[in-house]
Ligand binder design. Structure first.
Ligand code: PMP
Ligand code: GLN
Length: 384
């Protein structure tokens, strides 16, 4: 068709799909795409089957089953000491990806500027472009990938509408501290902006650091939409379930898009999640669980040519390969998968204009210890 003009001319296949396919093709251990190689809790799986048998098989209400929205509000109260109104502030979504997409469509008008801190998770940019928004990138600085909040402030114009943040951060494994939250709040309030805060890794924060949720700050939350994913919290990425929490005026706008995008989300999963979350222990030991995996991989990689960078949260960390190769990260990740049998993720695809000097790749440690050990052995002994 000659008159087909792409709305996303630069969008290719996501790097996660590309690297998973390459891992399969070369029979490599897949530490690339972020998903656990272990099962969700048995009781949660049983509850889904039970819900199907109990007859929860037709459309759920558009914003989500009331029992699940109640459970989400309870969980937020226990975790952050504030209780969103389940009726007007919580919406159940088909994963965080759908929540992020609809949130962006709901508030970004053509020509609005949207600030992205880069590296940025891959689904933000296309959603901004499809809304007609103008992405404004602020690259994180130096080997520590620090947010330069003065630069963020300097990039705010009269057209700026939204800032998108991700805390804890994929792919960097970094976590915002109090001064980050203070600077973010100052900018959002001073310039009358909206905030989309992607907090899907809220329960994967290590070494006793707190997760500073936007929801814990009433003034900031009043201007925010906050996204979460049951896929991360309950080791069930394939269920594609999550939620968005926003004050009533933003939730009204969010739901206008949501109802024509997905309308409602898989009903049996919602019943199961609500029942499962009656016990706070269902989510409370995740930090320790993943911290042990991070520490296991770090220990096992001692003596490998990779330099393991500090990881404060998420189930991802960065590995510096500059001692092994001067190739760019995409070339290195591809070649490493083929030659050394372990698939990793380059971080260039998380940028609009990738830094040429980057020599780090992302590793996913949401794997059982035997797989992490096998991969690490390969990474210690393989000749690149
Ligand atoms: N945001 C970030 C930062 C992610 O890493 C992911 C998925 N790994 C998502 C959003 C999407 O979550 P979901 O799978 O629930 O759509
Ligand atoms: N969020 C996952 C990651 O960062 C991938 C999800 C996907 O494949 N879209 O690896």
């Amino acid at each position: 068709m000659s008159n087909l003009s792409s709305k996303l001319p630069d969008a290719g296949t996501s790097i996660f799909a590309v690297m998973s396919a390459l891992a399969q093709q070369h029979n490599a251990i897949n530490l690339a795409q972020g998903f656990p190689n272990f099962e969700p809790p048995q009781r949660l799986k049983d509850l889904v089957g039970q819900a199907i048998q109990d007859g929860y098989n037709q459309y759920a209400p558009m914003p989500g089953l009331p029992m699940l929205r109640e459970a989400i509000a309870n969980k937020i109260q226990l975790t952050y000491g504030v209780r969103p109104d389940p009726g007007s502030e919580v919406t159940v979504t088909a994963g965080a990806t759908q929540a992020l997409f609809c949130a962006i469509q709901a508030v970004v008008h053509p020509g609005d500027e949207v600030i992205l801190l880069e590296p940025a998770y891959d689904c933000y940019l296309p959603a901004v472009l499809l809304a007609g928004g103008v992405p404004i990138s602020v690259p994180l600085k130096g080997p520590e990938f620090t947010v330069d909040w003065d630069e963020v402030r300097a990039k705010v114009t009269s057209c700026t509408r939204l800032i998108i943040t991700n805390n804890p951060h994929n792919p960097l494994g970094k976590v915002f501290r109090a001064p980050d939250m203070a600077a973010l709040k100052d900018i959002v309030l001073q310039h009358d902006l909206l905030l989309l805060s992607d907090e899907v890794y809220e329960h994967l924060v290590f070494d006793g650091l707190p997760h500073l949720s936007v929801m814990a700050d009433a003034e900031l939350f009043a201007r925010s939409m906050v996204t979460f994913s049951f896929g991360k919290t309950f080791h069930a990425t394939g269920w594609k379930t999550g939620y968005v929490v926003a004050p009533p005026n933003l939730t009204v706008e969010y739901r206008k898009v949501h109802q024509f995008n997905v309308f409602s989300v898989h009903t049996p999963s919602q019943v199961a999640l609500a029942r499962f979350m009656e016990d706070p222990a269902s989510w409370s030991d995740l930090n320790d669980f993943y911290q042990a995996k991070r520490d296991h991989l770090t220990r096992e990689l001692a003596g490998s040519p990779f330099h393991v960078l500090p990881c404060e949260g998420t189930y991802f960390g960065l590995l510096d390969y500059s001692g092994m190769s001067d190739e760019d990260d995409i070339t290195f990740a591809r070649n490493y998968t083929e030659r050394c049998g372990v698939a990793l993720i380059p971080i260039s695809p998380f940028y609009r204009t990738p830094p040429t000097e980057n020599r780090t790749v992302r590793v996913c440690f949401a794997k059982t210890e035997d797989v992490l050990s096998d991969a690490a052995r390969q990474m210690r002994t393989a000749v690149y």
